[in-house]
Design a protein around this ligand. Sequence first.
Ligand code: NDP
Ligand code: 8X3
Length: 250
Amino acid sequence: MSRIAFITGATSGIGKATAEAFAGAGIDLILCGRRQERLDEVALELASKVKVTTLLFDVRDKGGVLAAVGSLPDEWKNIDILVNNAGNAHGLGTLDEGDTDDWDAMIDGNVKGLLYVSKAIIPLLLERGKGHIVNISSIAGKQTYANGAVYCASKAAVEVISEGMRLELTQHGIKTTNVAPGAVETEFSLVRFKGDEDRAEKVYQGFDPLQPGDIADAILYAVNAPDRVTIADITILAGAQSAATVIHRK
Ligand code: NDP
Ligand code: 8X3
C-alpha cells in the first residue's frame, strides 16, 4: 500500500529533493510552501510517478496552517510521514546588533511554525496509530557559532522538540527522526544574506558541499527502516567539514 508524506518547504533545496526521493519510492506527496508557482512546478515534475497535491501556507500563520491541513480531502488525511523541513536563517549578526525582525522570522518559522504544523498533523497520526515525523534540525542545533546564536537556538529547539515528540509518540506507534545536516548547497545562504548572490556563493566555495539529495537519501533511509528500528538522530556533514564552522577549503 502506498504511503502519503506531508513535506513543508517543498519548493526548494532539501524539501524538494525529499519530494523527488519519495516520489521515486512510490510515496504520494502533499507539498507545502509559500510559492504556488514553485509548488506547481514540483508537482508537475512528480505527478507521473505518484499522486501529488499542494498546500500554500506560511508555517508562521497558525490559523493558515490549521485551515490548510483542514482543507485536505479525507483520502489525503491518511498521512504516514510528516517532514518538518520549512525553515531558514535570516541574517548573520551579533546579539547587540542583530535585526529583531530576523530573529522573529527564525523563531516564528523554524520553531513555532514547526510546532503549528506538528499540532495540526499529530492528531491524524494518532487516529491511525502509526506514522513517522522527520524534523530537519542542523549541525547548528548541536554547535553554536558566533553571529548565529538565534538561528542556532532555533535549531537547538528543533532538537529538543524531536526528543519530546519521541517521548510522547513512540508509545502510539509514531516514530521521530531528527536530521542535522551540515553545509548543504541550497537557497539557504541566498535567503540568509537577503539575495546577495556573491556572498551566498562564497559559503560553498573551495570544497564540495552537501547536495540536497544527500539529505533526502538519509530521510528516505529513516522512513524505510523496518518497524523494529527507529533512526533517532542523523548528523550529516560535508566530506570536508569537521564541525559547524570548520570547513577545510582548498
Ligand atoms: P531553502 O531556502 O532552499 O528551502 C527552504 C524551504 O523552506 C523553502 O521551500 C521555503 O519555501 C520554505 N520556507 C521557509 N520559510 C517558510 C515559511 N515561513 N513558511 C513556509 N515555508 C517556508 O533551504 P534548505 O533546503 O537548505 O532548508 C531546508 C531546511 O534545512 C531548513 O529548516 C534549514 O534550516 C535546514 N538546514 C539547511 C542547511 C543548509 O546548509 N542548507 C543545513 C542544516 C539545516 P517557500 O519560500 O516557498 O515558502
Ligand atoms: C545550516 C548550516 O552551519 O550554516 O543549518 O548553520 S549552518
